[in-house]
Ligand binder design. Structure first.
Ligand SMILES: [Zn+2]
Length: 73
């Protein structure tokens, strides 16, 4: 038996049930792909490193977490 704690939960976007997924997972693979494609379309405003650091700080996130959350880099 694995020690990884996984659960069954619905996708927050389309509501399809996801089985045996990490609790942090919010979207099913289909929605994740769609969100990724959607995000890739509009060119995000180019932020300087300092601006990113400031924004990350505002949200109380580590730089790496902020970038991951907003799809930077
Ligand atoms: Zn979904």
């Amino acid at each position: 038996m694995g020690k990884v704690w996984k659960i069954d939960k619905p996708c927050v976007d389309c509501g399809v049930m996801m089985y045996d997924v990490y609790p942090g997972k919010r979207y099913c693979d289909k929605c994740r792909k769609e969100r990724f494609l959607k995000k890739a379309e509009p060119k995000p405003k180019k932020l300087t490193l300092q601006e990113i650091m400031r924004e990350a700080d505002k949200e109380g996130l580590q730089y790496a977490s902020y970038c991951k959350k907003h799809g930077l880099y």
